[in-house]
Design a protein around this ligand. Structure first.
Ligand code: 5AD
Ligand code: SF4
Length: 476
């Protein structure tokens, strides 16, 4: 196939070429290390969702293959890479701020600065970087993440700025090395891009149409992770429920889950995100039957008003959403639901918003990620005239948060005195005396324990519920 006039070979050939660039950079870096008597370092700054976190692991994997090592906290690095997000305006503003703060006073920076991710798939952003952020050296997009070695090589050998953004997705590229941030749990992409075009959302424009990875590639990646000792995998996609549709598979996602459930060594399987319109009976059956699937479902509803849902192009009604929740609960009684909610979509009335509060009350989510509607240029909702005033949005947002916090608190309090299964991830970041991990319902637990049980499933007695985590001790 061809993308922007360039021929895309088989993915093996694509990565082969990039590995040659990695080798060439390795030589340059080795020479530099010998002269400077210090290793070259990288600093990755990641914004946005798990998709970006995982893309950053791939960038880190390529950098470490080249000979770079991760810079210490707060230390200047030889290369700084921004993995950007544009899902809401405040994410973009934050990134411009951080990028601006790296501008050297005398015109030229000592660090190489590279920027990639969703923001770079918007031509007006690239223009702004070209003109106003001249200290940025390399700009590339989401569709050509794998060409980073080639672009860095160009920058290192010519000293010129390098811009390369593809405006269409190519084949799904396999074989990128990944330096995973964690030793116990790992992310695995199963679907790239999104074809849903929810009217508020920029993702389909910046991540391209939905493309599923081949089932055998996913299985082999998870088998390798199991061999490396990983215990938990989280399958990632903007809408994992439609996995395989583009490959002509029927019930593709459920059949993938059955296959993954049989892999030796993996103890837990999670997935996100699920679109309610594609949540099939076969998936609900899989959740009931498969022992490795955790009792947690992240199911964004966005708005409780059927009228607004139609405007959002979500393709379900309030009643259908509530019906799905009942069906899943009947099949998996101890399931925990989490969700995403947008407040202040254009035209949202007080009555519409009351429907949102009603869904929150009826479902009793363990956690809700709540967002103020943000206009995204290029989306259909951005052209709507009846935008909700900021103060109204904020007032509604406050009420929603108050309700959800009370529910989260009530749910957490019920854990006090109970014993839960936790997969130990390591020492807690907040409290070095404690270990940390999550329950099957995805509750964060910090607990005391005499020995390091990282990577193991342990029973923890919950002593106290805090607003966002549970405190416990290992059950004897
Ligand atoms: N404004 C506010 N929130 C948005 N989201 C996506 N686009 C927008 C927008 N324009 C939210 C949705 C989605 C989550 C990842 O981000 O709730 O599920
Ligand atoms: Fe955006 Fe909708 Fe796709 Fe989610 S499903 S990424 S909200 S377009």
């Amino acid at each position: 196939m061809s993308v922007n006039g360039r021929i895309i070979e088989k993915t093996d050939d694509i990565m082969q070429k990039q590995f040659l660039y990695i080798e060439k950079i390795k030589e340059i870096i080795a020479e530099k290390t010998a002269i400077d008597k210090k290793q070259s370092t990288y600093d990755l700054r990641v914004y946005g969702c798990q998709m970006n976190e995982h893309d950053a692991e791939k960038l880190a994997g390529m950098l470490e293959e080249m000979g770079y090592v991760k810079a210490g906290e707060g230390e200047p690095a030889d290369i700084v890479i921004f993995e950007t997000c544009c899902v809401r305006e405040n994410a973009e503003e934050k990134i411009y701020g951080h990028l601006g703060s790296l501008k050297p006073p005398t015109g030229k920076s000592k660090s190489i600065i590279a920027i990639t991710g969703c923001m770079m798939q918007q031509p007006h952003v690239v223009e702004k970087i070209r003109k106003s952020y001249t200290h940025v050296d390399i700009v590339f997009g989401t569709h050509n993440l794998h060409t980073f070695p080639e672009l860095l090589y160009k920058r290192l050998t010519t000293g010129k700025r390098v811009f390369d953004i593809w405006d269409a997705e190519g084949d799904t590229v396999e074989g990128l090395p990944a330096a995973r941030a964690d030793r116990v749990k790992a992310w695995v992409n199963i679907v790239l891009g999104c074809s849903n075009f929810c009217s508020y959302c920029i993702v389909p424009y910046v991540r391209g149409r939905e493309r599923s990875r081949r089932k055998e590639d996913i299985i082999s990646e998870v088998e390798k992770l199991a061999e490396l000792g990983y215990k938990e995998i989280t399958l990632l996609g903007q809408n994992v429920n439609s996995y395989g549709n583009d490959l002509g598979m029927k019930d593709g996602f459920a059949s993938l889950l059955y296959a993954l459930n049989d892999i030796n060594g993996i103890e837990r399987i999670r997935f996100m995100t699920s679109h309610p319109k594609d949540l099939s009976d076969s998936l609900i059956t899989a959740m009931k039957e498969l022992p490795l699937l955790c009792e947690h479902l992240h199911l964004p509803f966005q708005s409780g008003s059927t009228r607004i849902l139609k405007e959002m192009n979500r393709k379900y009604t309030k009643e259908q959403y509530l019906g799905l929740i009942d069906k899943v609960r009947a099949a998996v009684p101890d399931i925990a639901f989490t969700t995403d909610i947008i407040v202040g979509f254009p035209g949202e009335t007080e009555e519409d918003f009351m429907h949102t509060l009603d869904v929150v009350e009826k479902v009793r989510f363990d956690q809700a990620f709540t967002f103020l509607y943000s206009i995204r240029t290029g989306t259909r909702a951005a052209t709507l005239e009846n935008q909700v005033p900021e103060d109204v949005k904020k007032e509604r947002f406050g009420r929603l948060l108050e309700l959800q916090n009370a529910i989260t608190n009530e749910i957490n309090l019920k854990y006090e005195g109970k014993s839960v299964e936790v997969l130990v991830e390591g020492k807690s970041r907040q409290n070095s005396e404690m270990y940390t991990g999550r329950t099957r319902q995805h509750k964060l637990v910090n607990f005391s324990c005499d020995s390091d049980l990282t990577g193991q499933l342990v029973n923890v007695e919950i002593i106290k519920a805090w607003p966002f985590w549970l405190e416990g001790k290992v059950a004897k």
